[in-house]
Design a protein around this ligand. Structure first.
Ligand SMILES: [Zn+2]
Length: 432
């Protein structure tokens, strides 16, 4: 009876890739779970399914390329969703439907109805309509926006379903295969939020496949709040209407006040970040603008600190509005719209929870070291609700996610599919 103690040297670094943060220090896999996963991997049908995953590598790659080349911009995932439905139907599943917000949900019934285990990858990419999503192969490397994040995940979901069918694996729990919408950016997890709302389906266990190598065991949700702040005024000629309150000047002041206070607040305590990522507005150099907008992203491991950041931002905006209106020599005063455009909850599941232990044991089975991570993924929602959930990596090697130079290389990519399968089976239980 031996515990594996894993110590990672990456504590000095805090690099964020694929919405994940590297990496937590010590993870302990309990022997019970190691035994459970080892036994499961020795079952005849599981072995068969593992072989099929390896044998069908070319098919997985073909599915991956086909789906990557169907663009799926934020809020416009329909075309890719339709293709995903078609592919699932061809493989075979008990029922499949698209819900009110566009998620693809495919149910494979278990022998004992009642519990539902979900395997998810997200349909959407960050890239706008019209982006060239044609896959370019350079050697074995697959170049295309969205190839790694998260289209590889979708191809893995398809393969897991197919080999379960072909190896005739029956589970006790129902298994729900999910292609979710709105994971990225201003999508604000709308797909998964819907699934876990009262309008959604009951889910007892949630496994998301998203960016990152095999080894990622994401048990912590990084929370974020996002705002769009717009100062508005009458606008006019820069000389003729000089003296009007100027929305850009107010925005500049707001940013200054915010950065000053936020810098002081975030210098100490649990990690909290802030970023004005977009500013826009104005028509010409010689016009007082009628509107000025900024978009702000704030993240924290602590929900309370995010709430404090809200207050800091609101105070900065109010102060800037007052200051700019006091400078006004003519015309109507400025107004401001303060709109929350993103809210991702944070949270953390204990590493002792069965799903987390199983994910770590499955990683070890694949010969890799599990790393507990914090990230901003679909699992944020179930994690924040205390529902067992984990995000695992899509495997292989990938870089430059969210850029036009994104690539993915199939280095033992089949292993992450095998891992997704065995974790799913551990959660859903193979029926005798
Ligand atoms: Zn992703």
């Amino acid at each position: 009876m031996r515990c594996i103690l894993l110590i990672f040297a990456s504590m000095l670094l805090s690099v964020t890739i694929f919405g994940q943060e590297k990496a937590k220090a010590v993870a302990k896999i309990q022997p019970t779970y190691q035994d459970e996963i080892r036994k499961l991997s020795k079952k005849k049908r599981v072995k068969k399914a593992f072989q099929l995953i390896e044998a069908q590598r070319a098919k997985t790659l073909a599915d991956h390329i086909l789906l990557t080349e169907i663009e799926a911009p934020p809020f416009k995932e329909e075309k890719r969703a339709a293709q995903f439905v078609k592919m699932i139907k061809e493989i075979g599943v008990d029922s499949i439907w698209i819900d009110e917000v566009g998620n693809v949900l495919a149910l494979r019934k278990g022998k004992k109805r009642g519990r539902v285990v979900a395997l998810d990858a997200h349909l959407d990419t960050v890239f706008p309509e019209g982006t060239d999503v044609k896959v370019k192969m350079r050697g074995d490397t697959l170049y295309a926006p969205g190839a790694a994040d998260d289209t590889r995940g979708l191809a893995m979901v398809l393969r897991v379903l197919q080999v379960m069918n072909e190896a005739k694996i029956e589970t006790e729990s129902d298994v729900l295969f999910v292609g979710s919408v709105g994971e990225e950016g201003l999508g604000d997890l709308r797909g998964v939020k819907h699934i876990f709302s009262e309008k959604g389906t009951k889910i007892d266990s949630w496994i998301a496949i998203d960016g990152g190598a095999i080894g990622r065991v994401n048990n912590q949700g990084l929370g974020s709040h996002r705002y769009r702040v717009t100062f508005k005024g009458p606008g006019g000629h820069s000389w003729g209407a000089f003296g009007l309150a100027n929305p850009h000047h107010a925005l500049g002041s707001a940013m200054h006040y915010f950065a000053q206070a936020a810098d002081a607040f975030t210098a100490y305590g649990p990690k909290t970040s802030y970023n004005v990522g977009v500013i826009s507005g104005g028509t010409s150099i010689n016009s007082v603008p009628f509107s000025s907008t900024m978009e702000i992203d704030m993240r924290s491991v602590s929900p309370a600190r995010l709430d404090s950041m809200d207050v800091i931002l609101k105070n900065a905006v109010d102060q800037a509005l007052i200051t700019q209106n006091e400078m006004r020599r003519l015309g109507a005063p400025l107004t401001v719209d303060f709109v929350k455009i993103g809210d991702r909850p944070s949270g953390e599941l204990s590493e002792d929870l069965p799903i987390i232990q199983r994910a770590m044991a499955c990683t070890a089975l694949m010969g890799k070291r599990p790393q507990l991570t914090r990230g901003s993924t679909n699992s944020n929602i179930p994690i924040s609700m205390g529902i067992p959930a984990v995000t695992i990596g899509r495997g292989g090697v990938g870089r430059n996610a969210h850029s036009l130079h994104e690539w993915w290389l199939d280095v033992e990519g089949y292993k992450s599919t095998q891992m997704a399968l065995i974790l799913l089976l551990a959660e859903a239980k193979i029926s005798k």
